[in-house]
Ligand binder design. Structure first.
Ligand SMILES: NC(=O)C1=CN([C@@H]2O[C@H](COP(=O)(O)OP(=O)(O)OC[C@H]3O[C@@H](n4cnc5c(N)ncnc54)[C@H](O)[C@@H]3O)[C@@H](O)[C@H]2O)C=CC1
Ligand SMILES: O=C(O)[C@@H]1CCC=N1
Length: 269
């Protein structure tokens, strides 16, 4: 990242903050990160919490940064791209994290051969455990892709995919943390229903999800094999798993990914 002087975020909301915090934790210099944000409250928060440079002016940010991350809501993408279009030059690399919005939809607002890399990150980037899917736009180079890959690897794991798979990644990893938070909350509720204190149930639920995820990642075993090792014949775990199957957890999660992917497709229309 030594060849990039400054990275800027247009929109200093939840996802930008997760990336900013993760980048700083990964050693990216604070004085080479900036954000443009209309909300004074958010500007003060980001400035006080992380010490980065803030502005309310998107054009000023574009002029000062070599890599510009579009981290506004998809619904205002056209408006913001129009606003910055006159100041954009092809020396700038645009990184879009917008759900549903294609590279082409971004490129059409900008003159010349705009360099765009699209990324679908997720908020666990805040604790350096993000999952990001990335793809190249029509004019960005292999070096651009590699640079963005390196940037997002400093906040988690990265998969390079085709742009047509971006909605699927949005439904799975982009939106997935919301599903897992629901799972953690529900597991804790189950513990409370069975008589555990709320704080104890919460701590056990969190560590169970973290531990199980690490088991899958670090052993490299198929989840079904790991599950078999928990399920003693005639025991408790297979009884719980049987309930999950009867109530349709597996298809519910598959349908959640598809519903979110479809919503991502709608946002891009
Ligand atoms: N939150 C998440 O888990 C993820 C979000 N994304 C994408 O990240 C983008 C941002 O999402 P969030 O951070 O969740 O939204 P957010 O609402 O928290 O952040 C958007 C920010 O943009 C600011 N903003 C509004 N108008 C603006 C303008 N004209 N110029 C500059 N900034 C402006 C808002 O004040 C707000 O702080 C979206 O496109 C979303 O699809 C992608 C992956 C995961
Ligand atoms: O809900 C959303 O639209 C964003 C995109 C992926 C996660 N959050």
């Amino acid at each position: 990242m030594t060849n990039v002087h400054k990275i800027g975020f247009i929109g200093g909301g939840n996802m930008a903050e997760a990336l900013i915090k993760g980048l700083i934790a990964g050693g990216f210099p604070v004085d080479r990160i900036m954000a443009s944000e209309p909300s004074e409250y958010r500007r003060d928060h980001l400035s006080e919490e992380y010490g980065i440079e803030l502005t309310a002016d998107n054009v000023e940010l574009l002029e000062k940064c070599e890599i510009v991350v579009l981290s506004i809501k998809p619904q205002i993408a056209d408006e913001v791209l129009q606003e910055i279009s006159s100041a954009y030059t092809n020396e700038k690399l645009l990184v879009s994290i917008l759900a549903g919005v294609s590279c082409k939809q971004i490129e059409k607002h900008l003159v010349g051969k705009p360099r765009v890399v699209r990324v679908m990150p997720n908020t666990p980037a805040l604790v350096s455990e993000g999952a990001s899917a990335i793809c190249r736009g029509h004019n960005s180079t292999k070096e651009d892709l590699d640079m963005v890959k390196q940037l997002f690897e400093s906040v988690g794991k990265v998969q390079v995919i085709d742009e047509r798979q971006m909605d699927a990644a949005t439904g799975l990893s982009g939106s997935g943390p919301a599903y897992i938070y629901t799972v953690v909350e529900a597991l804790a509720d189950g513990g409370v229903r069975e008589g555990l204190r709320r704080d104890v149930a919460h701590a056990l639920a969190v560590q169970t999800v973290v531990g199980a995820a690490l088991m899958v990642r670090e052993t490299g075993e198929h989840p079904a094999i790991l599950r078999d090792r928990v399920c003693s014949p005639g025991g408790t775990a297979i009884t719980g798993v049987s309930t999950l199957e009867k109530k349709g957890l597996r298809t519910t999660l598959m349908e959640a990914v598809s519903a979110a992917a479809n919503r991502s497709r709608e946002l891009g229309e």
